[in-house]
Ligand binder design. Structure first.
Ligand code: SF4
Length: 604
């Protein structure tokens, strides 16, 4: 086994209550590295179109990558991969914190879960030893309390725990997996998949280390990369303002979605900015394993209706999805709603978008106070807070929203007003503000997604010139396809190493890190090629699940000109963007991989 890998996958069959250790398939690791890439290669063989995402045949695969748990900067993440119950296609969610590195210190590159336990259970993995423990007494606990309860039960306060809350138990399709207090692997409903398996949590603890091809050389490059990242201007913005630093800047570009994607300007954004958070409720910053950036915010709301103990504060995405999207500018209320989602185990993006759609439908008279149970008024956070609780319990109007925005749109006969692509709710970057984002949303392997390609970052100034990624005209469809494909390939690589996307030590240092970790002869072009292979692999998975060209579709809601703000009047030409993109990708006109490419990827 090359350096960077432990060479072991823990395979747990919950139906049988048994587990075994399988050798990591080196041929898959050498081609697709780890994280989403490696998991997709496994799941391509294990999942078919007839697999029920919430049935025992679905697989939930927790993976890491060759850099996770090493001294490389910001490599403390893990990925949960699965067939998504929300979208029916490729599901991939990753989270920071410490769970991923600890899984490796406990002896495993990945944990593959199959089957369904007859009773609620949790896994306790301690330095290679595995126990499947009863969890009926933990069923119903929120994510904070279950983490504490398990630590006490196993007598290991330093164990790292990934768990679900009540929403995952209820199979809410927007349910998240929460680890290390409030880090969330949220998108696509991994919490529902975990709940469908009657798996409440996984606790890990280990004392191992990661074997490296050339440890001394690796540590020297890692030190150099950490120093570089500390000096990086964007990293400093993330440190000083958290991800919420983008609120002010993004608003200037018209990138902040407002009033359910119908406006481009909102006076209240200043009250939700990173600077306002720092001046009002911020207690301190926090960092994931080995991260010199520390974008996390720890907050406390000391008084008032939305009083909160010291806890994790909202990120940019949540400040929009539970704030600007509802015209709410009350930072304490958004923080409260964020805390509620974390404790119930919900994806704040999908939940926020779906609730905003409910506000929109209410405003247009499509749903009434009688149906919802109370009034939904733009700017009022109370309706959202009540809906979050109802969604988590699948009660009343919450049961309708719990299926996600696509389902709500279909139910009320307004599918083109539902903000999603392939069933995944649109994240908090306006596709009309950066046309590259529109194309990336349409073609991302998990549906509308800002983490499998972030052209808004490129066209607002973040260049990676070594691989040809340079900012262009954000409102132009010309030359956009190549740049979008390139940044998607680059992020596919990031999501497989795994390195946090806020960390940019540059392609040469990344190639050196992988070279010294694994011993493989990897240069910059090889990095891009690996990324492209991973991206195409995920497309092949989705094609196998039935995805076609017509699914690469943005709803009409997102293709109407905005009346105000930094993207006023702009609308991307999706036909041209997609035609160019398929040509760049060398896909067929139907959006499928050509037979020779399938053979090249070993998928024939
Ligand atoms: S930048 Fe933020 S999310 Fe990324 S690893 Fe660091 S603390 Fe975690």
């Amino acid at each position: 086994m090359p350096g960077g890998y432990l060479g072991k996958i823990l395979v747990v069959d919950l139906t049988q209550g048994q587990w075994e250790v399988e050798p990591l398939r080196e041929e898959h690791a050498s081609r697709f590295l780890g994280g989403g890439g490696l998991a997709c290669r496994y799941l391509y063989d294990l999942i078919s179109p007839s697999t029920d995402p919430l049935g025992p045949d679905n697989i939930l695969f927790f993976t890491t990558g060759p850099l996770v748990g090493t001294r490389a900067p910001s490599c403390g993440r893990y990925t949960a991969c699965f067939l998504s119950p929300l979208t029916g296609i490729w599901g991939e969610s990753n989270a920071g914190g410490f769970f991923g590195p600890e899984m490796r210190f406990a002896g495993y590159d990945g944990i593959l879960i199959r089957g369904r336990s007859p009773e609620p259970v949790y896994l306790w993995i301690n330095d290679g030893k595995v126990e499947v423990r009863p969890a009926s007494h933990l069923w119903g606990l929120d994510t904070y309390r279950v983490q504490e309860a398990i630590k006490e039960e196993i007598g290991e306060p330093r164990a790292k725990i990934a768990c679900i809350g009540p929403a995952g138990e209820k199979l809410v399709k927007m349910a998240a997996i929460i680890n290390d207090n409030a880090r969330a692997a949220a998108r696509g409903g991994p919490g529902a998949v975990m709940g469908s398996k009657n798996l409440k949590a996984i606790a890990v603890k280990g004392s191992g280390t990661i074997p490296l091809h050339n440890e001394a050389a690796f540590n020297e490059v890692a030190r150099e990369a950490r120093d570089w990242v500390r000096e990086d201007f964007t990293a400093q913005l993330f440190h000083s303002g958290g991800t919420a630093f983008w609120m002010d800047l993004g608003h200037e570009f018209g990138d902040v979605p407002i009033k359910y994607f119908t406006k481009g300007y909102f006076e209240g954004t200043g009250k939700l900015s990173g600077a306002t958070m720092a001046e009002t409720i911020l207690v301190k910053t926090s960092a994931c394993y080995g991260c010199p950036i520390a974008c996390g915010r720890v907050i406390e709301v000391k008084e008032g209706q939305y009083k909160l103990p010291v806890t994790e504060g909202p990120e940019y995405e949540t400040l929009c999805s539970l704030g600007t999207l509802l015209m709410v500018d009350n930072l304490a209320a958004v923080s409260y709603a964020n805390h509620l989602c974390n404790s119930l185990g919900l994806d704040t993006i999908s939940v926020g978008v779906t609730i905003a759609f409910a506000y929109y439908l209410f405003d247009r008279g499509v749903v009434s106070e009688r149906e919802v149970g109370f009034a939904l008024k733009w700017g009022d956070p109370e309706g959202a807070i009540r809906l979050i609780e109802l969604i988590s319990r699948k009660e009343g109007f919450g049961a309708i929203l719990a299926e996600g925005v696509r389902s709500v749109g279909e139910r009320f006969g307004l599918p083109e007003e539902a903000a999603h692509v392939k069933g995944l709710e649109v994240p908090m970057h306006e596709p009309r503000a950066f046309f590259g984002s529109a194309l990336a949303y349409a073609t991302s392997p998990r549906g509308a997604c800002h983490m499998q390609g972030d052209p808004y970052a490129v066209d607002s100034g973040s260049a990676i010139p070594e691989i040809g990624i340079i900012p262009g005209d954000r409102f132009s469809a010309e030359d956009k396809a190549w740049m979008v494909a390139r940044i998607q390939d680059w992020r596919a690589l990031y999501n497989s190493m795994i390195m946090c996307q806020f960390c940019s030590p540059g392609p040469e240092r990344i190639a050196k890190l992988l070279r010294e970790a694994t011993g493989w002869d990897i240069g910059i072009e090889e990095l891009v090629k690996i990324g492209r292979d991973i991206f195409d692999l995920k497309r092949a998975f989705n094609v196998k699940m039935g995805v076609k060209r017509q699914d690469d579709h943005l709803p009409s809601l997102l293709l109407r000109p905005l009346p105000d703000g930094g993207a006023q009047g702009a609308v991307p030409d999706m036909e041209k963007l997609l035609a160019d993109y398929y040509a760049v990708r060398d896909w067929t006109e139907e959006g499928t991989l050509k037979p020779e490419r399938m053979r090249e990827l070993g998928l024939a």
